[in-house]
Write a protein that binds this ligand. Sequence first.
Ligand SMILES: Cc1cc2nc3c(=O)[nH]c(=O)nc-3n(C[C@H](O)[C@H](O)[C@H](O)COP(=O)(O)O)c2cc1C
Ligand SMILES: CCCCCCC(=O)C(=O)O
Length: 354
Amino acid sequence: MAGGELDALEARARERLPRSVYDYYAGGADDEVTVAANRDAWGEITFRPRVLVDVSAADPSVELLGTRLPSPVIVAPTAFHKLAHPDGEAATARGAAGRLMVSSSLSTVAIDQVVAAASGPVWLQLYVFRDRGISEALVRRAEAAGCTGLVLTVDVPVAGNRRRDDHNGFALPDSIEMANFTGLLQSGMPDGGGSGLVRYVGAQFDASLDWSAVSWLKSVTRLPVIVKGIQHPDDGRRAVDAGADAVVVSNHGGRQLDGAEPTAWLLPDVVGAVEGRMPVLVDGGLRSGGDVARALALGARAILVGRPVLWGLAAGGEDGVRGVLDDLDAEFVRTMSLLGCRTAVELGPDVLTP
Ligand SMILES: Cc1cc2nc3c(=O)[nH]c(=O)nc-3n(C[C@H](O)[C@H](O)[C@H](O)COP(=O)(O)O)c2cc1C
Ligand SMILES: CCCCCCC(=O)C(=O)O
């Protein structure tokens, strides 16, 4: 579902969603330069294929932190799925159909129900709250639910400047709650002008967060810790030193610092800095199986997709999500085969224009 088809799906989702929800999902920070750059940058990377290789049994599976995944495509953590579909993250988990799903801590279905709906592994994404007790309670809920990894998002010390949300006064309606916080925290957003989500982040997220947060999280769980939001190669090295099990090269889909480099440019430098000491994942603007192949060729072990999953969910519920992911996988296998690669691991810099 590359290019035009994905744009058509987004258009269908847009017709179904209230304006403020569409804007929240689609939007980015400030002038949204990084949102566009993320997408464009993958398209600028060209291929140099090999021929006469037997690709009759091309295998897209990848190994990640001890688990074999059927596909390198992972569902990125995105907040508030009930704004797109009444079944929310449970529908997304069913639509993920055996693929790895990262569920946002700001989900509208509780993590145990997300895991129950999923047929593949689920990781819980975490923000660190001013009250560390809340974050630790979420860790316990994730462990009890059967999550197999924790994703620590580190690129939201403060909220990005989301002009669309500010203009729309974006907030969760009273009928939808942040379901992971029941009994821990009031689930609504504070009243006031502008974006309710920005006020929530200002009140609850810990802006004093530093590298000790990674060792703190490692000290309270035995689950693997994946640090999401790495952009600088030195931070890739620091993540290794801090004990992270993997990193995600991400600029939060252009929703935090506008003017940040597209992740396709950042990835090779972070991969180089990490020197194979842990897997590097990437997200931001990947929209086709060709983009997935480009990312793996640049050294990513797997990739995450955010907005396309939300468009599938809004336009077609669980079937819509499955359709988006199946199409990405089918395109990826076709691209691998046309590049002369039998397995995802065989993708390397040699299949790209130097
Ligand atoms: C509507 C929306 C909500 C998001 N919520 C979260 C979140 O709760 N936690 C998080 O770590 N990242 C969140 N992200 C960022 C995504 O995980 C991911 O980094 C980004 O969407 C990838 O870019 P893409 O949408 O271009 O694929 C969100 C992104 C979107 C679009
Ligand atoms: C305005 C910052 C919101 C952070 C929480 C949700 C999220 O990650 C996103 O909307 O992006």
